[in-house]
Design a binder for this molecule. Structure first.
Ligand SMILES: Cc1ncc(COP(=O)(O)O)c(C=O)c1O
Length: 374
């Protein structure tokens, strides 16, 4: 089926997800940290496709996952993902029974959360969140945590983990990371409770943090997709479109909405079916793409579903165009857009099909909606 789809050139815009790169990044984190890797697959696995990436990880022997919401967690379970799924965000306490039904682990973010839970908590798996400086969610006070654990356990919940989160892991020169770690260690040690999982480091935290032996689990996200401070990490996703139309535009003519681009001489303009509804930000209008290694600037504004580029000469219709990947690294793209790779990746729209490759062969195509008879 996949070979047929590819041979029919069914898609004009697509993402390629390199499973071998993902697998290699995962193994790198496991081998360097010697800790259990909890794979952060929130936000559709940073745009890579949460269910499929998680199922692949399952087959490679990884079985701990983190998402942001109850809905993301249920989606993974409904799609055959096995092992621990921790919801990092604060769920609505009244929905704790749904977490139990799907065997999900929840974050306990505050005393208010605990008091809003119902009486019988048998089957509920909890990880206590300690706020060591992010000031997002989590407990500040060890006495309060002690009290929360007492209530949770007396009602039948299992407090299996405790964790915190670094605010500046990608800026190791700042002292905050160390301060946060010391606060976390002191808090956990003062609780006199045995936790099965103790975790703090995100992707860069693993490379920069001092918690060598205190924690036994790590929570990398962006690094698994290729972007953190280690030279052996491999980018996983590349984004492509193609030329649907190529036309000559004469000197003085304009291109696109607002007529913001005027051709100074006769030139070739190519149109691609990708726009801001696909997650391709309008700020890209000042940037460029790669057509067979040739750098081509955008012409005019990015439309909702299409955009236009300036070609150096007439290039055949259907020629693939790289938006980021081998020729244009995502890190460069992110820098030029004054953002971070996370944001660009997780904004790639659902309507863009993801092709999963291994050993340079397509092994899977995302989502049922892209599978139809030709
Ligand atoms: C609580 C928590 N842990 C881990 C991560 C993963 O972070 P990163 O993608 O920087 O590795 C995130 C991401 O924002 C997070 O919020």
């Amino acid at each position: 089926m996949i070979e047929r789809i590819l041979s029919m050139k069914q898609f004009q815009t697509w993402a390629e997800v390199d499973l071998d790169a993902f697998h290699s990044n995962l193994d790198l984190y496991r081998d360097l940290s010697h800790k259990t890797v909890m794979i952060v697959v929130k936000a559709n696995a940073y745009g890579h496709g949460d269910a499929y990436m998680s199922r692949c990880a399952n087959t490679w022997g990884y079985d701990h996952f983190a998402v942001s919401s109850l809905e993301e967690a249920i989606h993974l379970r409904n799609n055959g993902v096995t092992g621990m799924i921790l919801i990092l965000g604060a769920i609505i306490p009244g929905l704790a029974h749904v977490a139990i039904q799907h065997d999900l682990s929840v974050t306990v973010p505050s005393m208010e959360f605990v008091t809003e839970l119902y009486e019988d908590l048998h089957g509920l798996k909890c990880h206590i969140k300690v706020d060591t400086g992010m000031n997002r969610i989590g407990f500040h006070d060890a006495d309060e945590i002690r009290e929360a654990i007492k209530i949770l356990e007396s009602r039948g919940a299992s407090v299996e983990g405790i964790f915190s989160h670094y605010a500046t892991a990608d800026e190791p020169e700042k002292p905050m990371m160390n301060t946060q770690f010391l606060k976390f260690r002191e808090t956990v040690n003062s609780l006199d409770h045995s936790f099965r999982y103790i975790h703090m480091a995100n992707s860069d935290g693993v490379f920069h943090n001092p918690d060598e032996t205190f924690t036994n689990m790590i929570r990398p996200g962006i690094g698994l997709y290729g972007y953190a401070d280690h030279p052996d990490l491999k980018p996983v996703l590349s984004l492509y479109s193609s030329l649907t139309l190529v036309k000559k535009v004469h000197a003085g003519e304009t291109v696109g909405y607002g007529a913001s681009y005027t051709a100074s001489h006769d030139e070739w303009i190519g149109t691609m079916p990708i726009g801001y509804a696909d997650g391709w930000d309008r700020k890209n209008a000042s940037r460029y793409v790669s057509v067979g290694g040739e750098i081509c600037p955008f012409a005019g504004r990015i439309c909702m579903d299409q955009s236009m580029i300036r070609l150096p000469y007439e290039i055949p219709v259907h020629t693939p165009v790289e938006l980021f990947g081998k020729d244009i690294p995502l890190t460069v793209c992110a820098k030029e857009l004054d953002t971070i790779p996370h944001e660009i990746l997780c904004r790639i729209a659902e309507r863009i099909p993801r092709f999963y490759t291994s050993a340079k062969k397509t092994v899977h195509l995302s989502e049922e909606r892209f599978h139809y008879d030709l």
